[in-house]
Design a protein around this ligand. Structure first.
Ligand code: GLN
Length: 288
């Protein structure tokens, strides 16, 4: 009896780890993208220059590579007056553009709900999904994932005067998450009740208006929301939230496209392009 209880506990713990993003299922870590220091403005030109160099080296085919995203996740994807791909701007959009150009293709964006991305891949509406998407065991059953390009973690956004100092402190608080994000999976696994919103900005409004006590969301996006809204702060808890790896998803079995994407990502990780793009957008967004 005692043994089976232990076994169940172990299984639950394993599920929790994999569901909250894990170190075990990743093929590459790129901590530099996270910790890169802000770069000077000229660096943006260097990034764009290397993209156009890559374009020159590969014959133009005029093929379009359609990426699905959910442009509600700054600094990775958001709508701007003029973005890197049409009106879409952010780290992921710059990476998508580079990947397409490295393969002599043009990047196009289909903006949709985060929850619809893997379905859109399956039905061929998009070629790839790039959306700050964490690789999880569940998602790996629905899609194939590229080499990972960014390391993040879930954090808690609270009011500056909040007494929440750890994930356990959320137990008797009103928690807001975004539907389908790994933050929702983590809170669910912690066993706390929560309310799920369709957009990060909607959850933040609840917090700002005092209708909820804490929003659980990815680290870089949390930083952006805290910068944009007075009176908020970030609380981290590394023991409750593991690091997560972002990757690009393709339809299961589409190894031809996955190989192209992986080659381009690996080049961009090795030559510092991903770190430059990340630093540039994090700096741009902080300076706004
Ligand atoms: N990294 C989180 C996830 O994969 C959030 C991604 C997003 O909102 N774009 O669920």
């Amino acid at each position: 009896m005692r043994k089976s209880v232990k076994a169940v506990a172990l299984v639950l713990a394993t599920v929790m780890l994999t569901a909250c993003g894990s170190k075990a299922d990743t093929n590459q870590t790129n901590d530099t993208a996270v910790s890169a220091q802000p770069q000077k403005t000229e660096e943006r030109a260097t990034v764009e220059q290397s993209a156009s160099d890559a374009q020159e080296a590969v014959p133009e085919t005029n093929d379009t590579l359609t990426f699905g995203t959910n442009a509600e996740f700054p600094p990775f994807e958001y709508v701007a007056s003029s973005g890197v791909i049409d009106q879409y701007d952010g780290i992921d959009m710059a990476i998508a553009k580079n990947i397409a150009e490295a393969n002599g293709m043009t990047a196009a964006i289909e903006n949709m709900e985060f929850d619809s991305l893997l379905i859109a891949l399956q039905n061929g509406q998009i070629d790839a999904a790039i959306a700050g998407m964490t690789v999880t065991e569940d998602r790996k059953e629905e899609a194939d994932f590229s080499t990972t390009y960014y390391t993040a973690t879930q954090v808690m956004i609270v009011k500056e005067d909040s007494d929440i100092a750890s994930a356990a402190d959320m137990a008797d608080k009103k928690i807001c998450v975004i539907q389908g994000y790994t933050g929702e999976i983590c809170v669910k696994n912690l066993g706390y009740p929560y309310e799920a919103f369709k957009k990060g900005t909607d959850a933040i409004m609840e917090l700002v208006n005092g209708k909820c006590d804490v929003v659980v969301i990815d680290s870089a996006t949390a930083q952006k929301y805290v910068l944009d809204n007075q009176g908020l702060k970030i609380v981290e808890d590394a023991s409750a939230f593991e690091s997560e790896e972002y990757a690009i998803a393709v339809k299961k079995g589409n190894t031809e496209l996955l190989d192209k994407i992986n080659k381009a990502i690996e080049t961009m990780l090795a030559d510092g392009t991903v770190a430059e793009i990340s630093a540039q957008y994090i700096e741009t967004i902080s300076a706004e």
